[in-house]
Design a protein around this ligand. Structure first.
Ligand code: MLT
Length: 266
């Protein structure tokens, strides 16, 4: 199967790419990105039905002007799984994608067969972090996504990535630049208002892999390793020479790590 689905989520049109056949593997992108950040994993993991939606307000999905929340994003993922016709999926999220998966676990635990958390954290925003969200939303509204890209792209990529693979920098910058402003602002509000998911970690009872780029500035290994340690039985893996966008920066390391974990999921 190689298809692009158009899904109605209470009047908001979502777009999801579906590749391959087999058990379901759902990829949830980060901020301010879209489903194409998973291009290597969508292409490189055989034997699974790989599903990569654009979240509302991102990529080719519709862009509501309001109503963004982790709960809404999580409910949208359920609409995607329903449209594909799968009761459960291995769910893989990067950063904001991870925040959404925590909400999916709280709201729809029965849809999650196993979990892959990449470059994410469980804590809610600090008061300073919340102010930063509002400030960035104001920048996006006033100056557009060019200003957002100028602030974020250097932090999204590891220090060695630009010299090793300058094309990745351009790929990420282009993704940020094409993000719709209303979707960027909505995601910032949803992240600002998200709950602390730390209490959930000890209750996670599905097989879990936690990955982080060794050079991730936004969610460094010092933050992500303790998250993995709080999830019963979770496997932790650090990806050398990668930053926050490890799946795009080091697909040669991340894709095999995912495949190895998936081979253990019954
Ligand atoms: C992301 O990559 O999704 C963001 O870094 C998440 C965040 O800003 O907290």
């Amino acid at each position: 199967m190689n298809d692009v689905l158009r899904i109605d989520a209470d009047g908001v049109g979502l777009v999801a790419e579906v590749v391959g056949a087999g058990r379901a593997l759902l990829f949830v992108h980060g901020f301010p990105l879209d489903r194409t950040m998973w291009r290597h994993q969508m292409a490189g993991i055989d034997g699974w039905k790989r599903i990569a939606p654009d979240l509302r307000g991102a990529g080719q999905s519709a862009v509501p002007t309001a109503g963004y929340s982790m709960a809404r994003y999580a409910d949208d993922l359920v609409r995607v799984l329903d449209a594909v016709g799968t009761p459960t999926a291995v769910c893989c999220g990067l950063s904001m994608g991870g925040y959404i998966l925590f909400e999916l676990l709280r709201r729809h635990r029965d849809r999650v067969r196993a979990l892959i958390l990449c470059d994410t954290k469980s804590e809610a925003d600090t008061p300073e972090g919340m102010r930063g969200r509002d400030e960035l939303a104001a920048v996006a509204r006033r100056d557009g996504t060019g200003a957002v890209a100028a602030r974020l792209v250097p932090k999204l990529l590891g220090r060695s990535t630009a010299s090793r693979d300058p094309a990745v920098v351009e790929t990420v910058r282009t993704m940020v630049l094409r993000s719709p402003v209303d979707g960027v602002v909505g995601a910032l509000e949803a992240m600002r208002d998200r709950p602390d998911s730390t209490p959930l970690l000890a209750q996670i009872d599905v097989p879990t892999l936690v990955l982080v780029g060794a050079d991730d500035e936004l969610t460094p290994p010092a933050v992500v390793r303790p998250l993995a340690e709080r999830i019963p039985g979770a496997t932790f893996q650090e990806i050398a020479a990668a930053g926050h966008m490890a799946p795009l920066e080091r697909p040669d390391a991340v894709t095999p790590a995912l495949a190895e974990f998936l081979a253990t999921v019954r």
